[in-house]
Design a protein around this ligand. Structure first.
Ligand code: ZN
Ligand code: ZN
Ligand code: ZN
Length: 601
């Protein structure tokens, strides 16, 4: 009796032939496995190896396993990339975010460089990564980690990451905002000078004095790096610790905050370490029996180094004071008010650290703009909602920021109708710290019905931890989505990945394009010396009030004409915000309330 072939296998030899053919032609391991899984269970290993010459037993086993667990011919799930060093992916992302963050490279004014990928796409690499010395980048980064209480990858791993960046490295540091790095290096300059002087000194007493100077300099450096910050007060008898005194502009009475209740008559030992050491060094230098030429060279380098250190010091004071703007605002936030912290996050993975192009979302330079909106609920708890805009190609300029801001406020008006006043905050990257944006803000207030009251800028790398935290949550979600087999390649994919399964707690995403029609003609901004301004209040009489430092002085009133009133700022909304299952997140009080010392009593 001839057994009928079951219908499924009737055309199986033909199918088998096709499978074998595609298998042989395919170069992709996953495709091969997928194909093999179709026939792996219905044939013996020997048969299979005869059908497909060169087929390994391992491949057959894998295909069988796959057929059993995922089904015959199922798509092979994408693997998470395997890092050679088993790096914590969140830490890797954190580091890359930092190294490739626009706020970091924008201050460097190096611009960007296009890089071609093997799939034909191009990505933009900030020039600073190619030009700044890796050690400096890593120092700035680890400092940032300490400040935000993030445990980074090891230094050696960070070096490996930067070395893997497909770009040559030079050691030109010019233009890079690195007060701290410069300041630290300047201490080294002073120490070297002292050492050099030691070569000419014979007198034992002077030798001892110079050695003391060395100790003082080292102690002073550690002090600036660590405790100094904690000594700062809004008012203090030590002039170095008095924020009001340090940040007042001696040349402009609008930008001065007078200390009426105290004198600056206290000399603090640790603040005095540097000036004392410098004056001793200078005095001894003038007494040395050396050619004037050498002496003048040394003097000049001492002066430059001291100035750099003082700059670092004032950078620290400014940072603390600008942070105070945020802290006080959150403490005193009223019903109907909210603080919006904005930041760009651009994703980028260096070539050596990814396995598969497909795993590498953000490869086309998908841009995300994040606006963390913080407000108080009925019970006075601080809550936050994060509005993310994903965009394919976009120029990260003030037009993009203004357009995205307008859309965010329109959304807030609908979702949180109680909000009627917002305060803005961002770092001082060029797209934010920009007179044109200030000119456009009254118009945004008008069209959205939400008053933009003030804009405070933070020092670079300061106080965007809210944004970083939210970006990390969303990235985790996107990564899980990619790992489960969905391609996340475009801004649209990203929005969908974030929205999946009820979304990410307190995070919403909209996929938009900045309307190229909102292209704004070059306007001449009437506001002068913009880089010095760090706080702006928008008044309702066509003026703004600007400060160099938060609450130092009454500010300078500047009139702004309404040149931008006819500008249409618009985003093209391809897919609008979807409220996640958990719309709001809670902000823990410990994150902001720790600053009684800043209160003016
Ligand atoms: Zn004072
Ligand atoms: Zn002190
Ligand atoms: Zn002091």
């Amino acid at each position: 009796m001839i057994q009928d072939k079951d219908p499924e296998s009737a055309n199986s030899s033909e199918l088998q032939e096709i499978i074998v053919k595609i298998h042989q032609e395919s170069t992709d391991r996953n495709t091969k496995q997928q194909l093999l899984s179709l026939i792996a269970l219905s044939h013996t290993k020997k048969d299979l190896q005869q059908l497909i010459p060169g087929l390994t037993v391992y491949a057959i086993n894998e295909a069988r396993k796959h057929a059993k667990t995922n089904g015959h011919g199922a798509i092979i799930p994408k693997q998470l990339p395997v890092f050679r060093h088993r790096m914590d992916k969140d830490k890797l992302d954190h580091a890359l975010d930092f190294f490739f963050s626009p706020s970091f490279h924008q201050v460097s004014s190096f611009g960007v460089k296009e890089m071609k990928l093997d799939n034909g796409n191009t990505v933009t690499i900030p020039e600073v990564v190619r030009t700044a010395c890796h050690a400096t980048l890593i120092n700035v980064y680890t400092k940032f980690c300490t400040e935000t209480e993030f445990l980074p990858l090891s230094r050696s791993t960070l070096f490996k990451i930067l070395n893997a960046c497909p770009s040559s490295r030079r050691t030109n540091l010019k233009g890079l905002d690195n007060c701290a790095a410069d300041g630290g290096a300047s201490y080294e300059t002073l120490l070297t000078t002292v050492k050099e002087m030691g070569n000419y000194v014979v007198d034992e007493e002077v030798q001892v004095e110079l050695r003391d100077c060395k100790d003082s300099l080292n102690a002073s450096k550690i002090y600036l790096k660590t405790d100094f910050k904690a000594h700062l007060r809004k008012c203090d008898k030590c002039p170095d610790h008095c924020i009001n005194y340090s940040l007042s502009d001696p040349t402009d009475q609008h930008l001065q905050q007078h200390c009426v209740d105290h004198q600056h008559d206290m000399v603090c030992e640790r603040c005095n370490l540097l000036p004392q050491a410098v004056s001793t060094i200078k005095r001894r230098l003038s007494e040395l029996d050396i050619p004037d030429e050498v002496r003048n060279d040394l003097l000049a380098s001492i002066d430059v180094a001291e100035a750099k250190i003082l700059e670092w010091k004032s950078h620290i004071v400014r940072g603390v004071n600008q942070d105070l703007a945020r802290i006080l605002l959150l403490e005193e936030l009223k019903d109907g008010e909210c603080l919006i912290i904005m930041d760009w996050a651009m994703k980028f993975l260096p070539l050596a650290f990814r396995e598969k192009q497909s795993d590498w979302f953000g490869q086309k330079g998908v841009n995300w703009h994040v606006s963390v909106c913080i407000f108080k609920d009925e019970n006075q708890n601080l809550m936050q909602r994060t509005y993310t805009h994903t965009m394919d190609a976009v120029k990260q300029d003030w037009v993009a920021v203004a357009s995205v801001l307008e859309h965010t406020l329109r959304t807030i008006k609908i979702q949180l109708p109680r909000i009627n006043t917002v305060y803005l905050r961002s770092d001082n990257a060029g797209c934010y710290h920009c007179g044109s944006l200030w000119l456009a803000i009254p118009k945004i207030t008008e069209t959205t019905g939400i008053t933009i009251a003030r804009y405070d800028y933070s020092e670079p790398q300061n106080g965007k931890s809210y944004c970083d935290a939210k970006i990390a949550h969303m990235r985790g979600k996107i990564r899980r989505s990619a790992a489960s087999g969905s391609d996340v390649l475009t801004a649209s994919d990203m929005k969908m990945a974030i929205d999946k399964h009820g979304g990410v707690t307190s995070c919403q995403a909209a996929y938009v394009a900045v309307d190229p029609n909102s292209l704004v003609k070059k306007i001449t901004c009437p506001i002068k010396a913009i880089t010095k301004i760090s706080n702006v209040r928008f008044n309702n009489d066509d003026t703004i009030t600007a400060w160099k430092a938060f609450e130092i002085g009454n500010g300078k009133k500047i009139s702004i004409n309404s040149t931008l009133n006819d500008v249409e700022l618009n985003v093209d909304v391809h897919a609008n915000f979807t409220i996640p299952t958990q719309p709001d997140g809670i902000i823990k009080k410990t994150n902001y309330a720790k600053t009684d010392r800043f209160r003016v009593i």
